[in-house]
Design a protein around this ligand. Structure first.
Ligand code: THU
Length: 146
C-alpha cells in the first residue's frame, strides 16, 4: 500500500474523496482575472457536512481573499466552527499548501487539522495544520491572561 492509499487522520477514504470532489467543483467558480490561478477548498465538519470556498481576487490585489479563508467565512456564517479535514486543490505539479494567512485563520478554529492538497491530475500530498504552523500564536495566549 502506498503512502497515498493509507487512511489519513480519522477521515475515511470515502470522505476524502467527497472533499476532493467538492474542492474540484468549487475551484471552477474561482474569480481569478489577475492570477489565473484558481484554487478550491473544502472543509469537512464533524457532522459530515462540507463547506466550500474559492479564491476571489480584487483589482487592488491586496483585497484578494484565498479559497481557504472564504471557506472558513462561509462556514462561520452558516454556524459551523468545527472542522475535521480540509482539501485544497490547485493545478500545479506539486499541489500547493495553504498560505501563511490562511494557516493562521484555520488555526483560529482548529487545534490541528488533517489537510489533503491535490492537483487536477489527482496527485495527493497530505499534511497537518500542526506541521504547517507549529508554535502558533492563538487567542489562548492572551485570553488566559485576563
Ligand atoms: N491562493 C489561495 O486561494 N489560497 C492559498 O492558500 C494561496 C493562494 C490564491 C490567492 C490568489 O488568488 C492566487 O491564489 C494567487 O496567489
Amino acid at each position: 500500500m502506498s503512502e497515498q492509499d493509507e487512511p489519513f487522520g480519522a477521515i475515511s477514504e470515502k470522505d476524502w474523496q467527497r472533499l476532493e470532489k467538492a474542492a474540484i467543483a468549487v475551484r471552477e467558480r474561482a474569480y481569478v482575472p489577475y492570477s489565473r490561478f484558481p484554487v478550491g477548498a473544502a472543509l469537512l465538519t464533524p457532522d459530515g457536512d462540507i463547506v466550500v470556498g474559492c479564491n476571489v481576487e480584487n483589482a487592488t490585489i491586496g483585497a484578494t481573499v484565498c479559497a481557504e479563508r472564504n471557506a472558513i467565512g462561509t462556514a462561520v456564517a452558516s454556524n459551523q466552527r468545527e472542522f475535521v479535514a480540509l482539501c485544497v486543490v490547485t493545478d500545479v505539479d506539486e499541489p500547493s499548501a495553504p498560505c501563511g494567512i490562511c494557516r493562521q485563520v484555520l488555526a483560529e478554529f482548529c487545534d490541528d487539522l488533517p489537510i489533503l492538497m491535490i492537483n487536477t491530475r489527482g496527485d495527493r500530498r497530505f499534511t497537518t495544520l500542526d506541521q504547517l504552523l507549529p508554535m502558533r500564536f492563538s487567542g489562548r495566549d492572551f485570553l488566559e491572561k485576563g
